[in-house]
Design a protein around this ligand. Structure first.
Ligand SMILES: NC(=O)c1ccc[n+]([C@@H]2O[C@H](COP(=O)([O-])OP(=O)(O)OC[C@H]3O[C@@H](n4cnc5c(N)ncnc54)[C@H](OP(=O)(O)O)[C@@H]3O)[C@@H](O)[C@H]2O)c1
Length: 394
């Protein structure tokens, strides 16, 4: 069934894993969605120009101003001339561009400006860039009017769907006993800490069930991604950390569950494919027919669940700690991790050194309030500097 109104979409991070999958959803549903703005970093201008030629946005933005001449040339080659914007302010302008929904698929803490710009402009924000919510915490929540912040992370999209199952009047927090966030366990699931010292970037980048950008793929191997998601779940659903569990589910079909006070557990299941949560957030509250393949019930399946090994993968416990501390602590956790991932991918830090270094930086940090962008960015910068110092000598 086609909707009566075509929804206009501003897509940030269009050349990345989330961005290209969002464009796949949009191209298969031309009557439902229309792209009005595209934004990316500037690392893949040819792809960005091809996307602009295919989807015809009003505006295209690149974060790196040095990429603008190449982008202009590539667009001319395709015979299209959208309005061009450059620099972080240009990306923020694209985020605030008149649209029905903004999808923030930028990677890392850099996404904060776009999240704030979209919410300040009163847009509905489909949030893949979990980092901005985690580091911006109260700041982002204050700006997000009810129903205007929609999760794209598959786990949180699953939790939201399970919560709707709470009853006809919608989620009732008092009926929820706990949120159960599933984790694939990453490529090193089952290994003790002693067997993680020699793993290579190539091995860490080979995720068993999901195909994603490099940072989130390494974060999935260290379980930092799961730690970030626990904080994200706390912020999105206002549930205490003591009521958010993580369970390892290697098949990545059950994307998360909600346990209710009567003992009932509601789970959301679908084969691992980000196009489903992307389509759900873009089309909200309607479902997009055929957004992604569903479970094939004519085949036998085995879904397994096991507890997380907190000793080999201490990132989730550390995330609970920084999440409970609040203020600038989550920003420090995230920023130190981004630097450590870079150092690991460059061969300067062993795999266990990523979370060990993040823990050191966190332990040195004096937590303060994160009520303003400046306070968040100061903590972010301090953590990056300290993590660089520690990884330089590692
Ligand atoms: N991939 C997934 O399946 C998945 C699942 C759940 C959540 N997420 C979350 O979604 C976000 C994106 O992940 P991803 O895997 O799609 O990352 P990715 O493949 O690395 O793509 C990142 C995108 O951000 C753009 N970008 C980089 N710096 C930018 C800036 N300063 N301003 C605007 N755009 C910028 C990149 O442009 P260039 O190409 O020009 O560098 C690219 O389009 C992350 O927060 C991640 O945690 C991803």
């Amino acid at each position: 069934m086609q909707p009566d109104i075509t929804r206009s979409v501003a897509l940030l991070g269009s050349t990345g894993s989330i961005g290209t999958q969002a464009l796949d959803v949009i191209s298969r549903n031309p009557g439902r969605f229309r792209v009005v703005a595209l934004a990316a970093g500037g690392g893949r201008v040819d792809l960005l120009a091809r996307q602009a030629a295919e989807f015809g946005p009003d505006v295209v933005a690149v974060a790196d101003p040095a990429a603008l001449p190449d982008l202009r040339r590539a667009l001319a080659g395709h015979g299209v001339s959208p309005k061009l914007l450059a620099g972080p302010e240009g990306v923020a302008e694209a985020a605030a561009w008149p649209s029905d929904v903004v999808l923030n698929g930028v990677t890392g803490a850099l996404g904060l400006t776009s999240t704030l710009a979209a919410l300040e402009a009163g847009r509905v924000l489909a949030l893949a860039n979990k980092e901005s919510l985690i580091i911006g915490g109260p700041l982002v929540k204050r700006l997000a009017k009810p129903g205007r912040l929609l999760p794209v992370d598959s786990e949180h999209a699953a939790l939201a769907q399970c919560l709707w199952a709470a009853g006809p009047t919608g989620p009732d927090a008092s009926a929820v006993r706990r949120l159960v966030v599933t984790a694939s366990g990453g490529p090193f699931r089952g290994r003790p800490r002693s067997q993680l010292a020699d793993v290579t970037p190539e091995q860490a980048l080979a995720h068993p069930t999901w195909s994603m950008g490099p940072v989130i793929t390494v974060n999935s191997a260290t379980l930092v991604n799961k730690g970030l998601e626990v904080i994200e779940a706390h912020l999105l659903f206002d549930i205490g950390f003591d009521r958010i569990d993580v369970v390892v589910h290697p098949q990545s079909v059950v994307h998360s569950m909600v346990e209710f006070v009567d003992g009932s557990v509601v789970a959301q299941a679908s084969p691992p494919d980000m196009r489903l949560p992307i389509a759900l957030a873009l089309g909200w509250p309607e479902r997009v027919p055929g957004a992604a393949p569903s479970v094939d019930w004519t085949r036998a399946h085995t879904w397994t669940f096991e507890p997380l090994d907190d000793e080999a993968f201490p990132a989730v416990a550390l995330a609970r700690h920084v999440g409970s501390a609040g203020g600038t602590a989550p920003a420090v956790y995230n920023a130190a991790n981004e630097v450590c991932v870079e150092a690991f991918l460059a061969g300067r830090l062993p795999f266990p050194g990523i979370v060990d270094t993040v823990a050191s930086v966190v332990s040195e940090h004096s937590v303060t309030a994160a009520e303003t962008v400046a306070e968040v960015l100061d903590a972010d910068e301090w953590a990056r500097i300290r993590a660089r110092e520690l990884t330089a000598t590692a």
